[in-house]
Design a protein around this ligand. Structure first.
Ligand code: NAP
Length: 308
């Protein structure tokens, strides 16, 4: 089968760090064009708008949309309307309703829409899901604390409405939690801390439960200096399970039981090719729904202004 002719829109940090190397290694894809106001990829024809690209390169089969979430819907609408398969970076959009609209459009056009959640493909996530499926879970503690100045320097969009603030990394934790827990959870209370000069939170404290007695406590914080934490700890009838370092290492009762090399973005591109071939879409909005719930139910606290 001939490769999928792929285009990328929004050439920035994540495209250079992850998308380009993953596409390069996957024979299912041929990168044929980019659209970005400033960014380009050496040796690939580039355009400054998606409209110009779609018109000039009709052989494009699929488009990866890697700009900030607030600007993704318009591009996705144009690509799907032109009959292209669409890969959405996470979070898939700025609102739940706009993504639902895109899902309906993809179905009407007979093309695939992929709402990607890269952390779900971290090395030890499936092993954690398997462990939890065979035991009783009492409580879960999610600690997602990182230094925003290190990971997101000068990214203004992330502090604007729709940029999600600390939920930009926190939604990765929620994408794992919603995948590995055997039953659905829902928010019962939250506190969101907003810097007084920003429209998105710098920290969030979240409490969830399931229909039974299981509780989940999430602590997301962007003010963490020193050791960074991306850990999920579950107290279970079979002992304490720790899914550490963003889903890459699994320990039970302090003993490492699974770790493997990082393959998140190569796995995302394998999954995208798979759903294109199968004529399906893959859109799970659960992580974004929990973030929306936190904005609905959360108490707001204003804290010290944040300056990069
Ligand atoms: P970024 O570098 O700040 O943005 C990506 C590109 O989008 C920019 O280089 C810019 O390219 C374009 N862009 C920026 N503002 C725009 C606007 N107003 N309208 C249209 N295009 C705009 O961000 P990133 O870190 O790559 O993140 C992009 C997406 O990937 C986000 O949803 C993020 O959550 C997700 N992601 C990021 C990481 C990470 O580690 N950085 C990891 C996983 C997922 P031009 O100026 O050339 O148009």
């Amino acid at each position: 089968m001939s490769p999928i002719n792929l285009a990328i829109v929004g050439v920035g940090k994540i495209v250079r760090d992850q998308h380009l190397p993953s596409i390069d290694k996957n024979a299912d894809y041929k990168l044929v064009a980019t659209a970005s106001r400033h960014g380009t990829v050496e040796g690939i024809q580039s355009f400054t708008t998606i409209e110009a690209m779609l018109e000039a390169v009709p052989e494009i089969d699929a488009v990866s949309l890697c700009m900030p979430p607030q600007y993704r819907y318009e591009a996705a609408y144009k690509a799907l309307s032109a009959g292209k398969h669409v890969f959405l970076e996470k979070p898939p959009g700025a609102t739940l309703s706009e993504v639902a609209d895109l899902e309906a459009l993809a179905a009407a056009k007979g093309v695939s829409l992929f709402a990607s959640w890269h952390s779900r493909y971290a090395a030890a996530v499936e092993a954690a899901k398997d462990f939890l499926s065979k035991t009783e879970i009492k409580k879960v503690h999610v600690i997602w604390k990182e230094d925003v100045r290190h990971w997101h320097p000068n990214q203004d969009w992330i502090w604007q409405a729709g940029g999600l603030g600390v939920f930009d990394p926190g939604i990765n934790a929620l994408s794992i939690v919603t995948h590995i827990l055997p039953r659905a959870i829902f928010l019962t209370g939250a506190t969101l801390e907003f810097p007084e000069n920003r429209d998105a939170p710098i920290a969030a404290d979240l409490h969830f439960r399931d229909a039974g007695a299981m509780t989940v406590h999430g602590e997301f914080d962007w003010r963490q200096t020193g050791k960074q934490s991306w850990d999920i700890i579950a107290e279970t009838a079979a002992g304490t399970m720790e899914l550490a370092e963003g889903g890459s290492k699994l320990s039970v009762n302090g003993e490492l039981t699974f770790s493997a090399p990082e393959e998140e973005y190569p796995s995302l591109y394998r999954r995208f090719a798979e759903i294109i071939k199968a004529g399906q879409s893959d859109v799970d909005l659960a992580p974004l729904r929990h973030v929306a719930d936190a904005f609905m139910l959360g108490k707001r606290k204003f804290v010290e202004a944040f300056h990069d």
